[in-house]
Design a protein around this ligand. Structure first.
Ligand code: UD1
Length: 422
C-alpha cells in the first residue's frame, strides 16, 4: 500500500492546473444511460473514482473509452444489456447510486445495490428513493438491492420537495425527470456548481430544464435525448485545496482555471484569515497578506455556503493560525477523523459532536499519520507541507480517489513530496 512522504520546506510558489470536477464527472457519466447516442466528456479528471464509475457503466453494457490520456471520456449506451448494478462495484463508491434514476427513466426498471455506510457517516439514500417514488416508481428493497419499476414503463413528472438539501438526490431526480412524462418541479434542490454543470449537459442532450443553480428546478420531460459533447466544470474542491498551499506555507500560488464564483464563501474565509485571493485572466492567485494567518470560525453548509469537502483542509490551516477557531460541521455527522491525526502533529483540537475548537500553534511537527478518507488525506499532506520535519501519510488510496497527480502538482511549486511504495 502506497504512502506519501512530505518534508516541510518553507514557502511554496508556482502555478497549479486545476482538473475537471470529480463530483461533476461522476454524475455526468451516468447521464449516458439516458440516450442511445454518444456522450463525450472533455476535461475529465484522471482518478480512481472515475475508473470505478467506468467499470460500473461497462458492467451494464455501456461503452466507455478513455482517450487523450484520460482527459476525454467517450461514452455510449446504445446497447445496455443489464439493468443491475452489482454490490461488488457499488460498495466501492457511493456515487454509484446515480445510475438508478437514469436507468429507471430510460428502461422502466432497474436494480441497484444499496451503497451502505461510509467512513464519514451513515449517508442513507432515502431522499433519492422518495424522489423516484414521487415520480411513480415502485420500489422494493430486498437482498441489499433496490428493485425499481416504473408502471407502464415510464416515470411521471412530479413535484418533489426535498426536506433538506442533497446533492446526489437532486442529481438522480433531475436525470430521471428529463425522460418522465410531464413536468417535474424539484423544490429545495441543491445549487452546487456540479448540478448546474449536469443541467447544462442534459440541455445539450435535448432536455428541457430551467432554474438550475436556484432552489427550484423545473424539468419538462421529453421522449428521448440525443448525444452531446460537454466539458466537465473545474473542480472547486481541488481548487480550494491548492489555494490553501500558500496560505499554510507562505509563497504565492496561481490556481489555473480557478474562478471566484466556484469558491466564494471559502475565499471570503481566507480573506478574513489574512489571505488574499485575486482573480487573474488565468485563474486565482493566492498569497498571505502579511505575517501569520488569523483564526476564523467556519460552518459548513450546502452551496453557496462553505463546503464540507474543504473543512478538513481548512482545519489544517487553522491549526497554525493565531488564535482560536471554531469549525462546525453541519452536513456529515462524523467528519472530524482528521483531527486526531493532526493532533499527532502537535495540533491543539477539541472535538465535541459536530464542533471542533482549534487553537493555533506556532508550528506543526512531522509525524507518521493515517488517511481516513479522501479530504482528510489531503489535509494531512497540507499539514505536512507546513510542518517541521517529515510526515508520512499512509493509506493514500483515499487520495487517489479524488486528487490527480498530487505529488507532481506540489513539486512544481517547490514541495518535497514523494510516493513511497510499501
Ligand atoms: C455529494 C458529494 C460529496 C459532498 C456532499 C455534500 C458527490 C459524488 N459527492 O455527496 O463529496 O461531501 O455532496 O456536499 O457529488 N442524506 C440523507 N438521505 C439521502 C441523501 C443524503 O439523509 O438520501 C444526507 C447525507 O447523509 C448528508 C446530507 O444528506 O448528511 C447531504 O448529503 P448529499 O448532499 O446527498 O451528499 P452526496 O450527494 O452523497
Amino acid at each position: 500500500m502506497d504512502s506519501i512522504l512530505v518534508k516541510g520546506n518553507g514557502a511554496l510558489s508556482g502555478a497549479i492546473p486545476i482538473a475537471g470536477a470529480k463530483n461533476a464527472c461522476l454524475t455526468l457519466m451516468p447521464a449516458t444511460l439516458l440516450s442511445d447516442e454518444p456522450l463525450t466528456l472533455t476535461n475529465a479528471p484522471r482518478l480512481s473514482d472515475i475508473a470505478t464509475m467506468t467499470q460500473l457503466l461497462q458492467s451494464l453494457g455501456a461503452e466507455v473509452a478513455s482517450l487523450q490520456d484520460g482527459l476525454v471520456l467517450a461514452l455510449s449506451s446504445h446497447s445496455i444489456t443489464n439493468q443491475k448494478a452489482d454490490y461488488d462495484i457499488v460498495r466501492k463508491m457511493r456515487a454509484s447510486i446515480l445510475v438508478l434514476g437514469p436507468m429507471l427513466a430510460r428502461y422502466g426498471h432497474a436494480v441497484v445495490s444499496l451503497p451502505g455506510g461510509c467512513a464519514i457517516g451513515a449517508r442513507p439514500v432515502d431522499l433519492h428513493l422518495k424522489a423516484l417514488e414521487a415520480m411513480g416508481a415502485e420500489l422494493d428493497l430486498r437482498d441489499g438491492y433496490v428493485h425499481a419499476k416504473a408502471p407502464g414503463g415510464r416515470l411521471k413528472g412530479a413535484v418533489v420537495e426535498f426536506p433538506f438539501v442533497s446533492v446526489g438526490a437532486t442529481e438522480n431526480a433531475l436525470m430521471a425527470a428529463t425522460l418522465a412524462k410531464g413536468t417535474s418541479v424539484l423544490k429545495n434542490a441543491a445549487r452546487e456548481p456540479e448540478i448546474v454543470d449536469l443541467a447544462r449537459c442534459l440541455r445539450k442532450m435535448g432536455a428541457r430544464i430551467e432554474g438550475e443553480g436556484t432552489g427550484e428546478i423545473v424539468i419538462e420531460g421529453t421522449d428521448r435525448l440525443h448525444g452531446a459533447t460537454h466539458p466537465v466544470v473545474t473542480d472547486r474542491i481541488e481548487l480550494g485545496t491548492y489555494m490553501l498551499v500558500p496560505a499554510i506555507c507562505g509563497g504565492e500560488v496561481e490556481c489555473l482555471g480557478g474562478t471566484l464564483d466556484l469558491v466564494g464563501a471559502f475565499a471570503e474565509k481566507l480573506d478574513a484569515a489574512g489571505v488574499s485571493v485575486t482573480q487573474t485572466n488565468r485563474g486565482l492567485k493566492v498569497a498571505r497578506k502579511n505575517g501569520r494567518v488569523q483564526a476564523v470560525n467556519v460552518t459548513t453548509e450546502p452551496f453557496p455556503g462553505f463546503p464540507t469537502d474543504l473543512q478538513a483542509q481548512m482545519m489544517a490551516l487553522l491549526c497554525t493560525a493565531e488564535g482560536t477557531s471554531v469549525l462546525e460541521e453541519k452536513i456529515f455527522e462524523n467528519r472530524f477523523m482528521h483531527a486526531p491525526e493532526l493532533m499527532r502533529m502537535g495540533a491543539r483540537i477539541d472535538v465535541h459532536g459536530g464542533t471542533a475548537t482549534v487553537t493555533g500553534v506556532d508550528r506543526l511537527k512531522g509525524a507518521p499519520v493515517m488517511a481516513t478518507d479522501l479530504r482528510a488525506s489531503v489535509s494531512l499532506i497540507l499539514a505536512g507541507l507546513a510542518a517541521e520535519g517529515e510526515t508520512l501519510v499512509s493509506r493514500v488510496y483515499h487520495l487517489d480517489r479524488g486528487y490527480e497527480r498530487v505529488e507532481e502538482k506540489l513539486r512544481a511549486c517547490g514541495a518535497q513530496i514523494e510516493r513511497v511504495s510499501a
